[in-house]
Design a protein around this ligand. Structure first.
Ligand code: S3P
Length: 450
């Protein structure tokens, strides 16, 4: 249930062509990791472009509670972190509240699991429903102990190992959060740990560890996937981290630009790590006009500027193997597919059931509210696209404490015949506080409700 005193209903209306530059905020995944690695490093870490949204600010607060000095040194996401060194985290005085953030909480669990401190983790009503055993059970292999509410739910009490042990294991869940938590735990476990994963998930932790001076080796596995290894009792040296702009936030402006006829939007400096570009690949297959200009490297990551133009889209079958590289983008892809000619089929999406909401269910209900026929499958959905000008709209959607559900159905309203509204746009602040302002600047029409 949304907190009614705080909820902010918002309506999005059919808009004239969207034009201009959309400078979306810093990448959420990289922002969490920059703060956590900074807090584990010796010396100073200087971050620019940090995402200053609720999720990441909660991670900043958490690493402060373990003893890191974290200072905001200017606007535009300039932050400095003075870490304690691996194994140097102290015990927090109070419960750690991660708000809505699965990534922040699970990564910090990993980072403390091999240090002899105890901490209690909690979050908002959405996070308290999400499974934590997927990360806690593997952390037990390193010697950590824990208690949870109701079989793996927060609040969680985690007791870091006094005598951590290195681990060679396979992560079967397709989650970068679980892999990353284990890599962070491995940092303080003497000996060599090897974390294998059958699915290729985002690799920002591995890349950033290397930038902080840790020797990380990555080998492909014959059966698919890869193994990441590192030697514990590692020393991280403070580094400079330039956070590229978040492709998962850019996704909302990209799809808005595609479905509103005559639009032309430029998105500078977007992270184009190949493990994050599944949405762009899929949209290109659907006939989207998206150009990548000025491709370059920044801080060990691929980055480029995107130019997006209003496009006639056609339905496609999205390869299941692409799911991990666009896992956060299915809600907005589902909206794009409503504006395409013909059906779009998406499968292999079991993980969507355990995100900030049950996203499969939320997408299906939202699309139907906007007059789109959709078949819910156990592991995916089939959306019957109505073509560029054929989406009825006119629905009201519950955001379910899920920022990406709220933004997706607002974007739908910008291109549909009748407006779409969401019951609570305040949840957008978890990842993209400037969403409404940035979209209005491009020409999007929003109206408060009630
Ligand atoms: C993230 C990984 C993904 C993604 C989340 C951010 C990360 O979760 O949904 O928004 O930063 O590692 P899973 O790895 O659990 O799929």
């Amino acid at each position: 249930m949304p907190d009614l005193a705080r909820s902010r209903p918002l309506k999005a209306l059919r808009s004239a062509s969207l034009k201009g530059i959309a400078a979306v905020p810093g990448d959420k995944s990289i922002s969490h990791r920059a703060l956590i690695l900074g807090a584990l490093a010796l010396g100073e870490t200087r971050i620019t472009g940090l995402l200053e949204a609720e999720d990441v600010l909660n991670t900043a607060e958490a690493v402060r509670s373990f003893g890191a000095r974290v200072i905001r040194v200017g606007d535009r996401g300039a932050w400095h972190v003075h870490g304690t060194g691996v194994g140097g985290w102290g015990e927090p005085e109070d419960v750690l509240d991660f708000g809505n953030s699965g990534t922040g909480s699970r990564l910090v669990m990993g980072a403390m699991a091999t240090t002899p401190v105890t901490a209690v983790f909690t979050g908002d009503a959405s996070l308290r429903k999400r499974p934590m055993s997927r990360v806690l059970a593997p952390l037990k292999l390193f010697g950590a102990e824990y208690e949870t509410r109701g079989g793996g739910l927060m609040p969680v009490m985690l007791k870091g190992a006094a005598r951590p042990i290195c681990v060679d294991t396979t992560v079967t869940v397709a989650s970068a959060q679980v892999k990353s938590a284990m890599l962070l735990a491995a940092l303080n476990a003497p000996g060599r740990s090897r974390i294998s994963q059958t699915t290729l998930t985002r690799d920002h932790t591995e890349r950033m560890l290397a930038a902080f001076g840790v020797e990380v080796s990555v080998e492909p596995l014959p059966e698919g996937g890869e193994a990441v290894s590192l030697t514990g009792e590692a020393e991280l040296k403070g580094a400079r981290v330039e956070v590229p702009r978040d492709p998962s936030s850019a996704a909302f402006a990209i799809v808005a630009g595609l479905i509103v006829p005559g639009s032309e939007i430029t998105l500078p400096g977007i992270l184009l790590n190949p493990r994050r570009t599944g949405l762009i690949e899929t949209l290109l297959e659907m006939g989207a006009q998206i150009e990548v200009a000025n491709p370059r490297e920044s801080g060990g990551e691929k980055v480029g500027d995107l130019v997006v133009r209003g496009s006639a889209l056609k339905g496609v079958e999205v390869p299941e193997a692409r799911a991990a590289s666009m896992i956060d983008e299915y809600p907005i892809l589902a909206v794009a597919s409503a504006f395409a000619e013909g059906p779009t089929v998406m499968r292999g999406l079991e993980e969507l059931r355990v995100k900030e909401s049950d996203r499969l269910a939320a997408i299906v209900v939202g699309l139907r509210a906007g007059g789109i026929a959709v078949q819910e499958l156990e592991d995916g959905m089939m959306v019957e696209g109505r073509g560029a000008d054929g989406v009825p709209g006119g629905g009201h959607v519950a955001a379910r404490m899920d920022h990406r559900i709220a933004m997706s159905f607002l974007v739908m309203g910008l291109g549909s015949r009748e407006a779409m509204s969401v019951d609570d746009a305040s949840v957008i602040a978890t990842s993209f506080p400037e969403f409404e302002h940035l979209m209005r600047h491009l020409g999007a029409r929003f109206e408060g409700v009630g």
